[in-house]
Design a protein around this ligand. Structure first.
Ligand code: AGP
Length: 601
């Protein structure tokens, strides 16, 4: 939700580096974008719309400077207009600020500043920051002290960066919003330093990163970088190396990131399993999590990650461990008794505000916490007692695809690695086969033809039971997100308790039926109920049951263990949503109103 970037040391390339970085951060928001470069003066160019609109606006501007900051916005305070686009300036035009997060006390700060004679040009919360810096400068503080002073007045969440006229240093700080520095100081005389909300923004230039913690303040200048704490004392930071290549953040010839990421699922699963499973010994080693031995588990998560959490809770219950999944945004409003349960936050980005605040609530109550995340160095990974990385690699499409598959794989590893569940060898074997099974689906799917048949439908329903219930929910969420069509997922047995009233000949029902046990038989009963109402049925099946007899279309998945079948069925549903959205000409990688990482509650 909003992306910020900054760079020093790139001389004439500063503007290009910023705009390139913003294009890599566009998944975080695409309502408006802007840059500020500081030379003798601070020069700003900003525009509502996507990065392309900013690029166009820059064509008619001459803007330069040795240091710069940039922003891509997902609106929270005020509509997506040019005026509300970042960077925001103070009255003198000498201080430019970009911000990701929400300043909770902005109204009182704004009232105070207006009363003191400041003029505001936007509706944003952010604009208070440059005016606060302006006041501190007027009080005689130097640039760094003035930015520090302004930041000390803020309540809420922020990653901010400030540039000041005549100064080639960029000042930056964070609280509850992600911020990472990029360090490129290996070639003497060509040192360059970056800051960003996420690594892809500068990954083309360096793989060396420093993750800032809440309360930390950093400076970047041609002379180097510093990090200090809230009291101004130096903090000794580790410089980490990221282990993925810049190409991983490109489209590699696919029309959309989402399609590329759907196709990356075999690799993502391989990465998730690498070095963690031993099929011969039927053992799983999930690293330095220690002996968690959970006696109870509460999952907290949002959106797609919540669907993964529902799946994880079932795995644990099947292993005899009491487990429940909660929507993170609801968890704190009525927290369940925690006892000695482990609280597990499932979050791809590791920055989702609702999930972070549910975990904080759990920690306040004394719970041990585990993060299941894709993002090394993320807030969730730093705040939780333990972290289990899903290792999916960067996911740029706003709609989660490969990270869901990797979350399911990681939750299998978690269950296998921390419980005495029976049949471990079979599950490990099925997990090992997942990459080739997914590849078989990708090579041979008829999802595009199914999408073509139903592209004009009014609404889509998805049903599944047991481990396929979260898949039904995820199928519907994907369809909503990227096609803007009405879609709902139901536990198959619930359909007859109300939703069946919505089922007509114009509403295809996607039924996920794998295996041939009691669950499959019951879901087939539900399929017959919708068939009797003339609804077209699309069965996602491994062919073990006779659901095909009642289906208008079949999306096949290879036969496997039920725990792996959920991952496979989901791939077919991802493809259907993708092709429906593509045929409708939707903005697949950046659906309207959405952002990849939702850092507000
Ligand atoms: C997924 O397609 C969505 N864009 C969204 O529901 C997402 O899963 C949710 O916001 C949680 O994100 P997280 O995994 O980064 O916490």
């Amino acid at each position: 939700m909003c992306g910020i970037i900054g760079c020093v040391g790139r001389e004439d390339e500063t503007l290009d580096v910023l705009v390139h970085g913003l294009s890599k951060l566009e998944y975080r928001g695409y309502d408006s974008a802007g840059v500020a470069l500081s030379g003798e003066r601070v020069d700003v160019c900003k525009k509502s719309g996507k990065i392309e609109d900013l690029r166009e606006a820059l064509e008619s501007r001459s803007i330069g400077g040795a240091a710069g900051i940039g922003h891509t916005r997902w609106s929270t305070h005020g509509p997506p207009t040019d005026a509300n686009a970042h960077p925001h300036l103070d009255c003198s035009g000498d201080v430019a600020v970009v911000h990701n997060g929400i300043i909770e006390n902005y109204q009182s700060l704004r009232d105070e500043l207006v009363a003191a004679g400041h003029t505001f040009k936007s509706d944003t919360d952010t604009e208070v920051v440059p005016h606060l810096v302006e006041d501190a400068l007027a009080d005689g503080l130097d640039n760094e002290a003035a930015v520090r002073e302004a930041i000390s007045r803020l309540e809420g969440s922020y990653a901010v960066a400030a540039a000041v006229s005549g100064d080639d240093t960029i000042y930056t700080a964070r609280n509850d919003s992600p911020l990472v520095l990029g360090i490129d100081d290996e070639a003497e005389g060509q040192e360059a330093y970056y800051l960003a909300s996420d690594v892809p923004a500068f990954r083309d230039f360096t793989d060396r990163v420093v993750y800032l913690a809440d309360g930390e303040f950093a400076t970047l200048s041609a002379e180097g970088w510093t990090v200090t704490d809230e009291d101004g004392d130096p903090v000794d930071k580790d410089v980490d190396t990221v282990d993925w290549d810049p190409e991983e953040t490109g489209k590699s010839g696919y029309d959309h990131f989402m399609l590329k990421e759907i196709h990356e699922q075999p690799r993502a699963i391989r990465q998730c399993l690498r070095g963690r499973v031993d099929e011969m010994a039927a053992t799983v080693d999930i690293g330095d999590l220690g002996d968690l031995s959970p006696t109870g588990v509460q999952f907290v998560a949002c959106g797609t990650s919540y669907h993964a959490a529902l799946y994880g809770a079932q795995l644990l219950r099947n292993a005899g461990i009491p487990a429940q999944a909660f929507l993170a945004s609801e968890y704190a409003t009525s927290p369940p008794p925690i006892g000695d349960a482990l609280v597990v936050g499932v979050t791809q980005s590791g920055e989702t505000a609702d999930t972070l605040s549910a975990l904080r609530e759990a920690r306040k109550r004394g719970a041990r916490t585990l993060a299941v995340t894709n993002t090394v160095g993320s807030t969730v990974a730093r705040e939780c007692d333990h972290a289990l990385y899903i290792r999916a690699g960067p996911e740029i499409g706003v709609a989660a695809s490969k990270t869901f598959a990797s979350q399911l794989a990681a939750l299998n590893l978690f269950t296998l690695g921390t419980t005495r569940v029976e049949g471990k060898r079979d599950v490990i074997g099925a997990l090992r086969d997942l990459p080739s099974d997914i590849q078989a689906i990708l090579d041979d799917s008829n999802a595009e033809a199914v999408a073509d048949t139903y592209v004009d439908s009014d609404a889509y329903f998805f049903i599944g039971r047991g481990l396929q219930y979260p898949v039904a929910l995820e199928g519907a969420l994907k369809m909503k997100e990227i096609t803007y069509k009405h879609a709902e997922g139901f536990a198959a047995g619930e359909l007859k308790h109300g939703p069946l009233a919505l089922v007509t000949e114009d509403t295809p029902v996607f039924a996920v039926v794998t295996g041939d046990g009691e669950m499959a038989r019951k879901t087939i009963g539900n399929v017959k109920e919708v068939e009797a109402r003339d609804a077209p049925v699309v069965a996602v099946t491994d062919g073990q049951s006779d659901v095909e007899r009642y289906a208008d279309h079949v999306l096949e998945v290879p036969e496997t263990h039920p725990q792996a079948a959920a991952v496979l069925a989901n791939v077919q549903l991802q493809l259907v949503s993708y092709y429906v959205a593509d045929e409708l000409g939707r903005s697949i990688d950046k659906p309207r109103n959405l952002a990849k990482s939702v850092t507000v509650e």
